[in-house]
Each structure stands twice: as structure tokens, then as C-alpha cells.
Design a protein. Sequence first.
Length: 148
Amino acid sequence: MEQHHHTVSPEISVVHHHDSGTKRIWKTFWILLGITVIELGLGLTMYAFPNMSEWVHIAIKGSIVILSLAKAVYIVSIFMHLGDEIRNMIMTIAVPLMLFVWFIGAFLWDGYSWKNLRNDYDPYKREEGTRKMEKKEHGAEQKPGHLQ
């Protein structure tokens, strides 16, 4: 009889540990609920205390963004089962996603800069919202068919 020896590579084989059916679901629920309550609490403090300094507003908004990203990573890890995958698979998904998010931020920053520079250096290309309109009195005569 021929014996086959199979070697198990630690990078390829993953042992899945299954918790009891509802234990993992409830743990996930409570973690996501806790993060959401903290986010809402931070957001409501901005409205409850409108006279806070600008740096406190920015710090609160940054904290909300960080908590939202942490929640997104946790959701992907649990519900998409990415946390059970090998490291190379996680990096295959995470690195392009981070680059995509970075590209969106970079394009938004560049577009905002271009809009401001265009308005600063070319007065004929000002946006409609920045033009000053002359105020006309109510009841001023206007010829039919002509806009003044």
C-alpha cells in the first residue's frame, strides 16, 4: 500500500473556530451599538454646545471619522469574513481600497484648490454665487421681453 504524506502549509490552511451561533452575533451587535452611540454622542455635543472653539469641532469630527472607519473595518472583518482569511488575501483587498479612498480625497482636494485658484486669478470666471448683483428697486420699469 502506498502512503501519501500531505504537508500542510501554515499560510494556506486556516482553521476556522466556530463560536456558538448567537454568541458572535450578539458580541458584534453590542460592539457596533457601542461605537454608534459614541458617534451620536459626539455629534450631538457639537449641536448642544455651538460656541465651542474651532479646534474642538475639528477634533470631534476627526474622532467621528476614525470611529466610522473602525466600524467599517469591523463590519468587513465580521460580515464579509475577511477576518478569517490569510494575511495575503486581506492585503490584496485592503491596499487597493486604501488607495481608492486616498485618490478620492486627493481629487477632492485638488478640485477645491483649482476652483479657488481659478476664481482668484481670472475675474471673468467667478462663480455666480460670488458675483455681486446690483439691487433694483421694486416696481422699476421693465420693457416686455427684455431682462434687465
